[in-house]
Design a protein around this ligand. Structure first.
Ligand code: TYM
Length: 341
């Protein structure tokens, strides 16, 4: 049966890229799949997090999921560190994955920067924990933005190597010819890679020093409008057809955001705004962004005002998650040859 798993790091405010690249697809997939959504707090500490800020961020990300339409009854919603099977399985995967595979990860290179010797070992092993997140539930579909594609390929490689290395044992224990599924990435919609509002060649990111590069889910209406107004563009008018967006990264990005927020296609947006100046388009985009995001922001604020309730939701979600992950981890222990009581 298809099972969806995905997660976000509680390290700083969520932004429009997280929302359009991932969250909107998650909400949609609740209708058609069994869904598990995680706040990956263990991934967050691969770079330094202030403890009090981390706790606050875990609750805020949880609130953002719910405010965006994740139903904690229908979906399993929890934080990673409460389900210790993630850490246990990650260790096994650290012994399956090869150092050479990790060395190819572009996100590690980006995040570690120049001083690689001084990056945490956790940051290097990050993708192995991500594979454990997914495969602890034997999830088959993982909705993410474009930037996670390489990590999901590595998840597939780990599943395949585990299935091969332990093939005899897997068969002998009655699991057939594969224990872990080879997971499908789900990268869909007009905004799988939302770019910075200041530079159309960089992706929108929590770590960009300029707050004007991104729209945060906690931004108020005036801030959103101002950020859209100030977004970088080129001097040409908007094209009337999609082909005209080629080589115009900033224009392409704004049209993609408009399309994603309105549930329309880029072609449709250009049919309406093509030939016109950016100013008119930008004010329509600002109105749209405010209309879509302010109810979410308001609901997030309401939810975080009751941290005990959020913690209760996470505790309940963690119990439900463990009920699935625990028997999988027990089977992994038997496959690997550990003794358990
Ligand atoms: P994270 O926390 O960086 O981002 C969360 C989700 O948002 C997407 N995203 C974007 N999509 C479009 N445009 C952007 N500019 C943009 N920026 C971020 C990401 O692709 C992601 O889907 N490693 C993951 C978290 C993770 C995970 C997992 C995901 C841990 N375990 C298991 C799926 C399954 C990460 O750092 O995402």
């Amino acid at each position: 049966k298809p099972l969806v798993f995905s997660g976000m790091q509680p390290s700083g405010d969520l932004h429009l890229g997280n929302y359009l690249g991932a969250l909107v697809n998650w909400v949609r997939m609740q209708e058609t799949h069994d869904t598990i959504f995680c706040v990956v707090d263990m991934h967050a500490i691969t770079v330094w997090q202030d403890p009090a800020a981390l706790q606050k961020a875990i609750r805020e990300v949880t609130a953002a999921y719910i405010a965006s339409g994740i139903d904690p009854e229908r979906s399993i919603l929890f934080n990673q560190s409460q389900v210790h099977e993630h850490a246990e399985l990650a260790w096994v995967f650290n012994c399956v994955a090869r150092i050479g595979w990790m060395n190819r990860m572009t996100q590690f290179k980006d995040k570690a920067g120049k001083d690689k010797e001084n990056a945490s070992l956790g940051l290097f092993a990050y993708p192995s924990l991500m594979a454990a997140d997914i495969l602890a539930y034997r999830a088959t579909h993982v909705p993410v933005g474009e930037d996670q594609k390489q990590h999901l390929e590595l998840t597939r490689d780990i599943a395949i190597k585990f299935n091969n290395d332990y093939a005899e044992r897997i068969a002998a224990l009655g699991h057939g010819d594969a224990f872990f599924p080879v997971t499908e990435p789900v990268i869909s919609g007009p905004a799988t890679r939302v770019m910075s509002l200041r530079d159309g060649t960089k992706k929108m990111s929590k770590s960009d020093p300029s707050d004007y590069s991104r729209i945060n889910l906690v931004d108020d209406a005036d801030t959103i409008a101002q950020k859209v107004r100030k977004a970088r563009t080129d001097p040409e008018a908007l094209p009337s057809e999609e082909a005209g967006l080629k080589g115009r990264a900033e224009a392409d990005n704004l049209v993609g955001i408009f399309a994603a927020l309105s549930g329309r296609t880029k072609a449709d947006i250009l049919a309406e705004f093509g030939g016109g100046q950016f100013s008119g388009f930008k004010s329509a985009l600002a109105d749209l962004a405010v209309a879509k995001l302010s109810p979410i922001t308001m609901e997030m604020k309401r939810l975080v005002s009751d941290p005990a309730e959020i913690d209760r939701i996470l505790a309940r979600g963690s119990e439900r998650a463990r009920a699935i992950a625990r028997p999988v981890m027990d089977q992994v222990k038997d496959i690997v040859g550990f003794i358990r009581s």
